[in-house]
Design a binder for this molecule. Sequence first.
Ligand code: SF4
Length: 426
Amino acid sequence: MSHPSGQPALVFADTQGNITDFQDLYTAGMSVGEFKLPSLEDFIPLPEGSELFVLPGRLPIGCSRDTGEALLMENDPFTGKDIQAVAAFMSPAHTSIFNSAFQSTENAPRLPLFAYTAVGWYDDRFWTTAFRSDKDIRQDCAQFNQQEINAKTAKKLRDNKNNRLIQHLGKCCLTYACPAARNYFLGRWEAPLPTSPVCNARCVGCISLQTSGKCSATQDRIRFVPTPSEISQVAIPHLQLAKDAIVSFGQGCEGEPLLQADTIEKAIITIRKNTDRGTINLNTNASLPKSIKCLADAGLDSLRVSINSAQEQYHRNYYRPQNFSFSDVLESIHVMKNEGKFVSLNYFILPGFTDSIQEYDALCSLLHTYKPDRIQLRNLNMDPEYYLQSIKLDHPLATMGMRQWFKTIKSTFPTLELGYFNPAIH
Ligand code: SF4
């Protein structure tokens, strides 16, 4: 991956959202409220399919060309008018090294549920502080042809009018452009199997249900529980025919799938009666270890456990669990590994928190004890300041830097996979 030959300049936006570069200041990075001058190795070209967001009520912070010191930019240096900070929302398979550097003004609105990565301008292009964390191209925007998607989706919807799950996935594909739903209708890679309208957690950054009224969920939750037959009608042909076939319970458009464990168990049994091809995966908050045992016995191949932190208090403050605890989550990993199955952590990355010594030590202890096979490095998709407030972290932590964190984890756990997506096990 190429890096810039010089420090990218700060970019900012006017009140209309027009983005301009300011050559007198370098792009700065934010790491839990601390501002740093990223090194050239931290930058990559802004990946295709990424978006640029302007951050309302936030003023950009850049670094002095002379001293590297962080400096606040309060007005447009060319017009004196009001300005806003800018961030990159990167396309999948890329992990943040620094957040966009900004200072919030009073009454700044809460930012919606996206990740806000530092971005700058150099040599006529945008550069962002990140690295590609998975070579898999399943969600690269170049892989999607909208005409083909429209045609294949329309045909499958016509041919399956009575299958509510396929009709639901049609909306995910055509309305939300969900990459997993698109790949289902294109008959390849990983297909989604949402099942649960309800959840036993109240995550601060839940993308399918936001009750605060301060920011909206990014997609609506499924409103029904599909039958085992509706589920297997989606899964069986996909597993039998798709390349690197995976079907995954636990999607962004639902609550917690383990609350539908009976339905999922029946579906898995039906699926495995018809095909032993492909991977059956479950994305989950891992709250119910007993249900995990039943699903593993039924034929579940892999488990993806979502956690924001390996420290109990921060997990509790983020997940706001209803009748389960972090020890249940750890027990679920233990149960699945005990069954000889594959376990991934879906680990929310926040620069300045994830690479803190405190969090790193807690993660290492979890990895040593429970031995998951893979970590999926997913950027935390929410307002970083509101997140820290919600988990009750009010001070910067001693950190090692995300690139050093990545190197250290790799050398400390050489057999641990580091990626972004659920792997095909079979
Ligand atoms: S576990 Fe998932 S569905 Fe439940 S509140 Fe958290 S993010 Fe939302």
